[in-house]
Design a protein around this ligand. Structure first.
Ligand code: HEM
Ligand SMILES: N[C@@H](CC(=O)c1ccccc1NC=O)C(=O)O
Length: 289
């Protein structure tokens, strides 16, 4: 039958009456999800749907990143490093998808984008609360960023709570201290509402973890070493995303100012100078030196 008609027969057991049962669409809330694309260009520009979906898929993945980073921090606070690393591994894969995804938006030419850019008015990715929450969770705290969210109380409250919460790095370093590593007290007691600033005294602590890793089979050290490398992957991946954003912006709007009011490319370029885990990079200069 299948070969003859090149059609697969639907098996008898397949559920087709879903009036009283949970279905794919109802479980996933697809009525809301798929009704949430509202192009504003008039007449509607063909490519605006791409622009909207690119952003919405990013926001969905960011929601999961936040969920995983929240739990990773809770697990670190409970000294369950192995489980925290599982969460971080998932975040790394999401970051890879998000970075790859830029190639879809890169099919939008500057001419096409210019045809509906005006309709976006002052809306900008700079106003993404979830993106800012991820930046905060990784330690790039910046209280003034909250101002952008004053018109949106729920987003503002979520970011304010995040501002006061220890970052992933804070929780990791606290965990290391509890595991017997000599993390400087000023780091453990730092004001977590501020961005983490490079601390020279932390480097030898990390160096000990890195240099002992090849020599001993102490499980705590191996896990700590693995965790350090996972954090470096996380930061690298974050920078790759920022870089792809910068390159996409450059090829799409050149040196135009951003709709959010910034200088555009120059402003995004300066984000590439930021670092979440500076000591994890500094330690590399010392190893074997
Ligand atoms: C053609 C596509 C895009 C262009 C031309 C563009 C342009 C810009 C510009 C110029 C800025 C600086 C702020 C401003 O003045 O507006 C910015 C910031 C930002 N954009 Fe985009 N963007 C694009 C796509 C995206 C996408 C798909 C996302 C994913 C959610 C995104 C997320 C962000 C974020 C999170 C910021 C803030 C970055 C930071 O604070 O360092 N952008 N974008
Ligand atoms: N800032 C962009 C506009 C933009 O990309 C955008 C507009 C509305 C919602 C999200 C956006 N994405 C990233 O900034 C621009 O200046 O063209």
């Amino acid at each position: 039958m299948a070969v003859e008609h090149n059609t697969r027969e639907i098996e008898e057991g397949v559920v087709t009456d879903l009036r009283e049962r949970m279905s794919y669409g109802s479980y996933l809330g697809l009525d809301t999800l798929l009704a949430s694309q509202h192009p504003v260009s008039d007449p509607e520009h063909h490519d605006e749907l791409l622009f909207i979906i690119q952003h919405q898929t990013t926001e969905l993945w960011l929601k999961l990143v936040i969920h995983e980073l929240d739990d990773a921090r809770t697990l670190l606070a409970a000294d369950d490093l192995g489980a925290a690393l599982k969460r971080i591994a998932r975040v790394k894969h999401i970051q890879e998808v998000l970075t790859q995804q830029w190639s879809v938006l890169a099919t939008l030419t500057p001419t096409e984008y210019a045809q509906f850019r005006g309709s976006l008015a002052s809306a900008s990715g700079f106003q993404s609360a979830q993106y800012r929450q991820v930046e905060f969770a990784l330690g790039n705290k910046h209280e003034q960023m909250l101002k952008v969210f004053e018109a949106s109380p729920a987003e503002h409250a979520a970011l304010e709570a995040e501002l006061h919460r220890p970052s992933l790095y804070d929780e990791f370093l606290r965990h290391l201290a509890r595991a017997g590593h000599a993390v400087p007290t000023e780091i453990l007691e730092r004001d977590v509402t501020k961005a983490h600033v490079y601390n020279e005294a932390l480097v030898p602590v990390l160096q000990a973890i890195y240099e002992s890793a090849g020599e001993q089979t102490d499980a705590v050290h191996w896990r700590a070493y693995e965790a350090c490398e996972e954090l470096v992957d996380l930061e690298d991946n974050f920078q790759f995303w920022r870089f792809r954003h910068l390159r996409t912006v450059t090829r799409t709007i050149g040196m135009k100012r951003g709709t959010g009011g910034s200088s555009g490319v120059g402003f995004l370029q300066r984000a590439l100078e930021l670092t979440f885990f500076p000591e994890l990079y500094a330690v590399r200069t010392r190893i074997g030196a």
